[in-house]
Design a protein around this ligand. Structure first.
Ligand SMILES: [Zn+2]
Length: 174
């Protein structure tokens, strides 16, 4: 492929070992400049899925991987710590499988499976919070743009501050 691609490893879910990457590629859609997303396996040089939106590219790659590998071959990814604080509280629930609502999945994938604040990896069915960047108490709402995935630790530390205040206050205390 000649077009430049930006690659980021994917963590969480069936992409847990970081073997797969999400790549973006400039594209022209209906005469407009846009970006297409693809899930690739850089080591093999293979492309698993291509879509005009990230959620769809991830979803079809995930489906493909689920279908192609027996459940027994799936290995839980190693726990990764956040760059700023470790998120140890979350790991105990990481191995439990439970049903995750569509809305929660959307928030999770939009946040790339990481805590919005400390960037630690989250398990989609683990204990993470759909966090209001602008708290309800300060007039925030449940609109998708106001919701981000957050680890339990950041969620409990943030309390009623806005996302901006939280990040700023955290910077001051270091
Ligand atoms: Zn966090």
């Amino acid at each position: 492929m000649s077009a430049p691609m930006l690659q980021r490893p994917i963590f969480g879910g069936v992409f847990g070992d970081g073997r797969y990457a999400l790549a973006t590629m400039p594209a022209i859609v209906n005469g407009l400049h846009a970006v297409s997303f693809m899930v690739i396996e850089p080591r093999e040089g293979s492309v698993l899925s291509v879509a005009e939106d990230k959620v769809r590219a991830l979803a079809s790659a995930r489906r493909l991987l689920r279908l192609s590998s027996p459940v027994s071959a799936y290995v839980e990814p190693p726990w990764r710590q956040g760059q700023l604080f470790p998120c140890t509280e979350v790991s105990s629930a990481a191995t439990r499988r439970k049903r995750v609502s569509r809305r929660r999945r959307a928030i999770f994938w939009r946040g790339e499976g990481r805590c919005f604040y400390c960037r630690c990896s989250l398990q989609i069915d683990g204990q993470w919070a759909a966090e209001h960047q602008i708290p309800l108490a300060l007039g925030g709402d449940d609109a998708p743009l106001n919701l981000v995935p957050s680890c339990v630790r950041c969620n409990s530390r943030k309390r009623d501050r806005t996302a901006l205040e939280f990040v700023r206050d955290r910077g001051d205390s270091q």
